[in-house]
Write a protein of this length. Structure first.
Length: 335
C-alpha cells in the first residue's frame, strides 16, 4: 500500500509516517519545510526514517500544483493523508492570507490530484477550533459547527465543505479528523507544552491566558496516530440512513465522514501545568493574562463515533504523556 502524507516533516505527519513504515507500508512524504518555527526540528523528525527504502521525500509547497500532479503521476499513491497546513489560531489573526494560500488553495490542489488519480481514500486534518462559539459539551460531530472564531478554524471548516463536494461529485471517499490539542515528543515549539517546558527549565515566566481558567482535551500523539491509521484503513462510505430533511452533520449520502479525535477528558490548564512542574521538579513563574482573541475557553471531544466505528481507545494518561515529552525534550536539547 502506497500512502502519500503531506506535512510529513511535521509533528503529526512524521509520527504517522514512522508508524506506517514500521508496519511495512510505502510512504511518499511532502513538506515545504517552512520557517514558521525552527526548521531544524523538522529535519530531525524525518531523519528518523529518511533512509528507509520504503520512504521517499519531496520538499514542495501544496500551492505548486504542477509539482503535486507530477508526484501523483510518478509515484501512484493509493491513499492520501493531508496534514500540511499553516497552523496557529493566534498567528492566523495577523497573517490570514498565509492560511488561505496553504489551507484552502493548497487543499484544492490536493483534492484535484486525488480526483484525477482516483485515490482510494483521502484523510485530512481538521481541528477542534471549528467548534468556535459552541458551548455545548462535549463537542459532537453531529452538532452544527458554523461559528468559527479564527481564520485558521474557518479554513479548516472550508476543507470539510470542499471535501464533501468532491465526495458528492466524484465519489472520492474523504474523512476529516477534528484533532483536539495534540501533544507529545517531537511536538511543535509554538505549542503550550513546548513553550512551558522551555520557560520553566530556564526559570523564565510563562504567559497563561484566560487567567488559567482554560480546560482542554489534551490528546497524546500515539493515540492520535492510532486514530488516523484506523480511519485510513477504512475508506469513508455513504450513510444509507442519511436524510436530507434532517441532515446529520457528521456524515452524508456521499462517501464523506467527520470524526472527532480526542481523549474525551477535560483537563484544567492549571492541573496540566502542575503535572509539568512535578515532572520537571521545578515551579513555574506565571503571568496571568485575559482570554486571547480567537481562542476558546474550553474544549472536550465526544469520541463516541470513532469508538463505535473503529474501536478507538485513547490510552495515554496526562502524567504519562507529559513524562514522555519531558524525557524527549531533555534528550533532544541535551539537558
Amino acid at each position: 500500500m502506497i500512502t502519500l502524507i503531506t506535512g510529513s516533516a511535521g509533528f503529526i505527519g512524521s509520527s504517522l509516517a514512522l508508524s506506517l513504515l514500521n508496519r511495512g507500508d510505502t510512504v511518499i512524504g511532502l513538506d515545504n519545510h517552512n520557517d514558521y518555527y525552527d526548521p531544524k526540528i523538522k529535519e530531525a523528525r524525518i531523519n528518523r526514517f529518511i533512509k528507509n527504502p520504503n520512504y521517499k521525500h519531496f520538499r514542495i509547497n501544496l500551492n505548486d500544483r504542477k509539482a503535486i500532479d507530477e508526484i501523483f503521476y510518478t509515484n501512484k499513491p493509493r491513499r492520501v493523508v493531508n496534514l500540511a497546513a499553516q497552523a496557529g489560531v493566534r498567528h492566523s489573526i495577523n497573517n490570514p492570507l498565509a492560511f488561505i494560500d496553504t489551507n484552502v488553495v493548497g487543499f484544492a490542489n490536493l483534492l484535484e490530484a486525488c480526483r484525477h488519480n482516483k485515490i482510494d481514500h483521502l484523510v485530512y486534518a481538521s481541528t477542534s477550533s471549528i467548534y468556535g462559539g459552541n458551548t455545548k459539551m462535549p463537542f459532537s460531530e453531529h452538532d452544527s459547527a458554523n461559528h468559527p472564531l479564527s481564520i485558521y478554524a474557518a479554513t479548516k471548516k472550508s476543507n470539510e465543505l470542499m471535501a464533501h463536494v468532491y465526495s458528492f461529485l466524484f465519489k472520492l471517499p474523504t474523512t476529516g479528523l477534528r484533532f483536539f490539542t495534540v501533544y507529545g515528543p517531537w511536538g511543535r515549539p509554538d505549542m503550550a507544552l513546548f513553550k512551558f517546558t522551555k520557560a520553566i527549565l530556564e526559570e523564565n515566566t510563562i504567559d497563561v491566558y484566560n487567567h488559567g481558567n482554560h480546560t482542554r482535551d489534551f490528546t497524546y500523539i500515539d493515540d492520535i496516530v492510532d486514530g488516523i491509521i484506523k480511519t485510513l484503513d477504512n475508506p469513508a462510505k455513504e450513510n444509507t440512513n442519511w436524510k436530507s430533511d434532517n441532515p446529520d452533520n457528521a456524515s452524508s449520502n456521499s462517501p464523506w465522514r467527520i470524526y472527532n479525535i480526542g481523549n474525551n477528558k477535560k483537563i484544567h490548564l492549571m492541573s496540566y501545568i502542575k503535572e509539568l512542574e512535578k515532572t520537571l521538579g521545578k515551579k513555574a513563574k506565571i503571568n496571568y493574562l485575559p482570554l486571547q482573541e480567537g481562542d476558546v475557553p474550553d474544549t472536550l471531544a465526544s469520541i463516541e463515533c470513532l469508538q463505535k466505528q473503529f474501536n478507538y481507545k485513547p490510552s495515554t494518561s496526562i502524567s504519562d504523556g507529559i513524562y514522555e515529552f519531558v524525557n524527549w525534550y531533555k534528550n533532544y536539547f541535551k539537558i
